[in-house]
Write a protein that binds this ligand. Structure first.
Ligand code: PMT
Length: 397
């Protein structure tokens, strides 16, 4: 049976973004009922929501009265999940105080379904102690909150309070509904993004990794019920809301954090593009330009994956190999050298593969030399394939 999601809309400038979210949910086959507060209807005409959700929009407690039926109770009973997007300080405050004075607040209080708020408001309002206390209180009652993003707000202020991208909200919803929970109770440690190795306070060495591959694996693992520890170099991506995120900059910092969390993990997937070398000395002052050439001495960074291979035991260890030639030969060498269960090899010189793009072209090479090659597929699809493969190596899987 199709899952039924109630999308509650309260009145804020981000109301229009809910249209995109509902469109994505509809395309994925969910039944949607939109419930709007009166203020929300002033931002976007309910007709737009009616067309996108292919369902009538509930906006008045008494409008669709059918004899003997109490609409908000009927609705509340039929929901698998209720999300309020955007959630204003007002609706959060009402629910925290048990106030039920319109169709949305009554439906929220009446439903036993999982309830999620995606707050969006001015930073000062969001950071106001009263709003924060309400959020904390609702969390203790099992309500889930999607952290707002930071940036330029509609009012011109800069700070926290923006509605996160609809992709993030969509992923959050699907992970909560958890279509396939096959990694439930498993912990997966994923590294993602580049490392940066400082030369002086102004300059550093890095590479082209954007974190997309690693973040896709993190999101898919969460969708499949896993606990995810994401150790990430600097990226411009919003991390999956349910991941435990550890931000690092250098390879040395990544080494420390990976070893700190290694024992908690059942599976480790090392997607990060770790710098193999770092400047021998990090200059404390900016190196001044002169007419002379400058020679930078680089020293090797520790090989993090190899160090994990030495203490692996029954953990599943997955590496990536980024090459521009002799992909399979080099990848096989890495399996042996780093004691991996399998490696995901991508030729980063091919169009649609490797750094920065949303797709990848990869081969999974196993320690028994079996090779499975995939055509160009999305990084999310590849992530699911990698996780399914990794799961098959788990003891008692
Ligand atoms: O982030 P995106 O823009 O989406 O790009 C994705 C990607 C190209 C970064 C990804 O698909 C990928 O190939 N990641 C591995 C990059 C890499 O460093 O490959 P490598 O062949 O140099 O390293 C082999 C393995 O050893 C990797 O798992 C790496 O994380 C690990 N390693 C490498 C060096 C080191 N000092 N420590 C390590 O743990």
């Amino acid at each position: 049976m199709k899952k039924h999601i109630i999308v509650g809309i309260s009145g804020g400038i981000a109301v229009y973004k809910a249209l995109d979210l509902i469109s994505k949910l509809k395309k994925s086959g969910y039944d949607i009922t939109v419930v709007m507060t009166e203020n929300a209807t002033k931002f976007v005409n309910p007709i737009s929501f009616e067309i996108i959700s292919q369902n009538y929009v509930v906006k008045d407690t008494f409008e669709n009265y059918v004899k003997g039926k109490v609409e908000h109770i009927e609705l509340a009973k039929s929901a698998d999940l209720l999300i309020v997007v955007p959630a204003t300080a007002n609706i959060i405050g009402k629910v925290a105080n048990g106030i039920a004075d319109d169709i949305l607040s009554t439906t929220i209080l009446a439903t036993k379904a999982t309830k999620i708020f995606a707050p969006a408001m001015n930073t000062m309002m969001y950071e106001n102690d009263i709003v924060q206390d309400n959020i904390k209180y609702l969390k203790t009652k099992g309500y889930k909150f999607i952290e707002p993003a930071s940036g330029m707000l509609a009012c011109g202020d800069v700070g926290k309070g923006k509605l996160p991208s609809t992709d993030i909200i969509y992923d959050y919803i699907t992970s909560v509904l958890n279509i396939n929970q096959d990694l439930k109770d498993r912990t997966i440690l994923i590294t993602a993004g580049p490392t940066i190795e400082p030369i002086d306070p102004m300059r550093y060495i890095t590479n082209h990794s954007t974190g997309k591959m690693g973040y896709s694996i993190a999101q898919c693992a969460i969708n499949r019920g896993a606990n995810v520890i994401l150790i990430s170099g600097p990226t411009n991506l919003d991390p999956p809301p349910l991941a435990k995120v550890i931000n690092i900059k250098t390879a040395n910092e990544m080494y420390t954090q990976v070893h700190k969390y290694f024992n908690e993990a059942d599976i480790v997937i090392k997607t990060a593009a770790v710098a193999d070398y770092r400047p021998e000395l990090e200059q404390k002052e900016k190196i001044k330009k002169s007419d002379d050439n400058l020679t930078l001495k680089l020293v090797s960074n520790k090989d993090i994956l190899k160090s994990l291979g030495e203490i692996k035991k029954d953990k599943v260890l997955v590496g990536f190999a980024a090459e521009t030639r002799d992909l399979i030969t080099y990848a096989k060498e890495k399996i042996l050298k780093k004691n991996l269960d399998f490696i995901v090899a991508n030729d980063i010189s091919r169009e649609g593969a490797g750094f920065g793009v949303d797709t990848n072209i990869a081969s999974i090479i196993k320690s028994n030399d079996e090779i499975i090659s995939y055509p160009k597929i999305s990084k999310s699809e590849l992530a699911d394939i990698i996780l399914t493969e990794a799961k098959s190596y788990l003891p008692h899987s």
